[in-house]
Design a protein around this ligand. Sequence first.
Ligand code: C2E
Ligand code: MG
Ligand code: MG
Ligand code: MG
Length: 276
Amino acid sequence: PAGDKAGMQQADDLHTGEDSRSRKITSDLPLALNENQFFLVYQPKLDLRDGHYNVEALIRWNHPELGIISPGEFIPIAEETNQIQNIGNWVIHQVCNDLVILKTYIPDLIAAVNISPLQLKDNEFIHKLQNALTDHQLSPASIELEITESALLDMQMAKEQFQLLHKNGFRVVLDDFGTSYSSLSHLKVLSVQKIKIDKSFIMNMDFNQKDQQIAQMMVRLAKNLDLEVTAEGVEKPEHLQMLKKMGCTEIQGFYLSKPLPLEELMGFFKESKTNL
Ligand code: C2E
Ligand code: MG
Ligand code: MG
Ligand code: MG
C-alpha cells in the first residue's frame, strides 16, 4: 500500500514530465524560427547504379533548454498549429543556400527535401519553390520532393499538385512507401518518379524472411513501373548486398552514414572520393 502509493506518485510525475515537455515544445515552437533555432543535417544516399552520392535534408530544432529535438516530435505540432508553411519555407531556402556550397564540390548533387502535404495545399507553394530556386540560380532538377505517403489524405489535391510539380520539372518521391493503407492506389493515381521503401521493411531484412520478400516485391514493382527506388534504414552490409541483388537503385541508412551537419558532410564527400 505505502509502496503502491509511492509507485503511483512516480508514475504521475512521469506523466507530468511528458506533458510539460510537449507543452513546452508547443509554446516555444512559434519562437524557434525568429530565434534561429532550426538547423539542417544531411544524410548521404548512394546510387547503386554508378556509385554517386546525393543527400536528404532533415530538420533539427536546437532548443535552448531541451537540447536537440527531432522532427518526429515537433513537425506534427507544427502541422497542427499552422506553422508548417513557415518552417517549410525556411527549409527550402536553407537547402538552396547549402546546395550552392555543396555544388562547388559535386556539381550534379540533388538534395531531397521533405514536404508536408499541408504545404502542397498552399496554391503558392510551387511559386515559392520556384522563386527560392531562381534566387540561388538553381534548377528544379537539383531538388527532389519527398512526401510521406501515409500523410496524404486529400487524393484529388495530391494528384493535381503532383501533376503540376511534374509538369514544371520537379521530381516527386513517395516517402515511407508501404506504410499506408493505399500504397498501391497511390502508385496508380499519383504521378511520382521514385518510391522510398520504408525502413521498417529494410532494417530487419537480414533475419526476417517476410521483410525480405516484401522489399523484393517493392523493388520489382518499381522497376516494372519504370520508377526509381530507394531503400532507407540500411544498417548492415547484408542489407546493402541484398538490395544490390534485388536491383534497388539507391540506398540510405546508418551503414553509409548518419545525417551530418554541412561541414561534416563535406568531409564525408572528400573522404569517400579518396576511397573510390
Ligand atoms: P524520413 O523522411 O523518412 O527520414 C528518414 C528518417 O530515418 C530520419 O529520421 C533519419 O535520421 C532516420 N534514419 C536514417 N537512416 C536510418 C537507419 O539506418 N536506421 C534507422 N532506424 N533510422 C534511420 P529524422 O531525421 O528523425 O526524421 C524523421 C521524419 O521527420 C522524416 O522521416 C520526415 O518525415 C520528417 N522530417 C524531417 N525533416 C523534415 C522537414 O524538413 N520537413 C518536414 N515536413 N518533415 C521533415
Ligand atoms: Mg524523407
Ligand atoms: Mg522515411
Ligand atoms: Mg517519414
